[in-house]
Design a protein around this ligand. Structure first.
Ligand SMILES: [Zn+2]
Length: 434
């Protein structure tokens, strides 16, 4: 199957990609220097002008942009064009209450549709598919990105929107849905709901899916495929500040996500020293937009931890750089007894175990001796007897210990008893004394 949306661009020789990148980087730098007071001020502070950016290596001279910078200039202070030229806005939720707002021009929406179409094609979506999009339509970017991309390919889009899991299953049956999108943990939840209402997800026509928005371990992928009888599932990455989903996706080789370098320039840095890490070393992804008109961003600190792989031509034929699946957000990294832990590490252990159900969470408390205590609460796949429960707890305890170096408590709870927190799973509950 031809899984390319734009064969020429996706397989462009690396030398040509680099040429395109420097040209577009220079244009972007000129544009923000001219039009965004925030960047103009930062350039002055660093004593640089756009003409100092002569090669891609010079990117290190440019300032970083953080989420706080965006909040300080919210909602429209970072625009590089007049609001009249913008046709849509999206916003990400913020724990502090000030959302990050991103405005799109016609051109920006066009680029977004195109990168999403590449990601969806790479995952196997064709114009023959019935594409169901069970993501809330609203100020969040998710639903619209998938919607535009699937339409660009010519698939039939079922904009089923937010939640109502039973209704989602009925729509799948009624319209013969073949491809679904969304958040990985929600795909698992939908499968469970199907069983609860007497529908075997394997008997539906859904054969493929593209999921993102949270860490997506190999174990979880396998589990979704088994539950739905899917041929394949893919992982998509993106963030509102760049466009939304559509920055990168894993190809059929499943050993990294191709990032669209004609639109995004990616770096990987040590989040403490802010210096670049070596190729294939773990660090924080930092991304510069290369083609955005509405709100171009220089060296945006994503907080997402991953590795950038050495650039070789992938077996799939694509030449764009690959990064590892996101290990976690540097914000999600928790320090327990002096050890850095990402929820994904625990999830990969849990999802390998066939007796583990769909949901789990970590609860942190402080013991009387002031030691950090970690309890991993895990749903079992089916209701277990006392003895089975104890055995599973012991088994998981040992397996988790091997990845986090100390012994956690493990509590098995019955299926569907851990509260679902909206669409996104809340994995960490921290009750520790500060
Ligand atoms: Zn590939």
């Amino acid at each position: 199957m031809d899984r390319f949306f734009d064969h020429k661009m996706e397989t462009m020789p690396r030398r040509r990609i680099k040429e395109l990148q420097i040209k577009r980087l220079q244009e972007t730098v000129h544009r923000v220097y001219r039009n965004v007071p925030y960047y103009h001020k930062r350039f002055k502070e660093l004593d640089i002008t756009p003409s100092d950016i002569k090669s891609l290596e010079d990117i290190h001279r440019l300032p970083f942009t953080t989420k706080d910078d965006l909040r300080d200039n919210a909602p429209f202070g970072m625009l590089a064009t007049s609001l009249d030229n913008c046709i849509e806005l999206h916003a990400s939720s913020g724990t502090t209450g000030i959302p990050v707002t991103v405005c799109y021009t016609w051109h920006d929406i066009n680029v977004w549709s195109e990168v999403m179409a590449r990601c969806l094609s790479m995952s196997g979506l064709t114009k023959k598919d019935v594409f169901q999009n069970p993501i809330p339509y609203g100020t969040f970017t998710g639903a619209f990105g998938f919607h535009y991309g699937a339409q660009r390919i010519g698939a039939l889009v079922v904009p089923s929107g937010k939640g109502q899991s039973e209704r989602q299953i009925h729509l799948m049956e009624y319209y013969g849905t073949t491809f679904i999108s969304g958040v990985a943990s929600y795909a698992l939840r939908l499968g469970q709901v199907a069983h609860e209402i007497g529908v075997d997800p394997k008997k539906l026509r859904v054969r493929n899916g593209l999921f993102g928005a949270e860490m997506f371990t190999h174990g979880l992928k396998k589990r979704i495929m088994e539950m739905w009888g899917m041929d394949d599932v893919h992982d998509i990455y993106g963030l509102t500040e760049m466009c939304g989903p559509g920055v990168s996706t894993d190809c059929d080789q499943h050993n990294g996500l191709h990032l669209w370098e004609d639109h995004f320039l990616v770096e990987c840095i040590d989040p403490k020293t802010l210096e670049p890490v070596d190729v294939e070393e773990e660090g924080e992804l930092v991304i510069t937009t290369l083609t955005k008109e509405g709100m171009p961003l220089l060296r945006y600190r994503t907080r997402d931890i991953a590795k950038i792989y050495d650039t070789k031509i992938c077996e799939c034929g694509r030449t764009h750089v690959k990064h590892s699946p996101i290990k976690g957000r540097s914000d999600d990294m928790i320090i327990i007894r002096g050890t850095n832990i990402f929820p994904g590490q625990i999830e990969s252990v849990l999802m390998k175990n066939p007796d583990v159900g769909g949901n789990w969470r970590m609860i942190l408390t402080t013991a009387e001796n002031n030691m950090d205590m970690l309890t991993v609460e895990v749903e079992s796949r089916k209701k277990l007897g006392k003895k089975e429960k104890l055995l599973l707890e012991k088994k998981l305890q040992n397996e988790i210990k091997t990845v986090i170096v100390f012994t956690p408590h493990v509590t098995i709870v019955p299926p569907n008893t851990i509260p679902q927190n909206g669409l996104k799973a809340k994995r960490v509950i921290d009750h520790r004394k500060k």
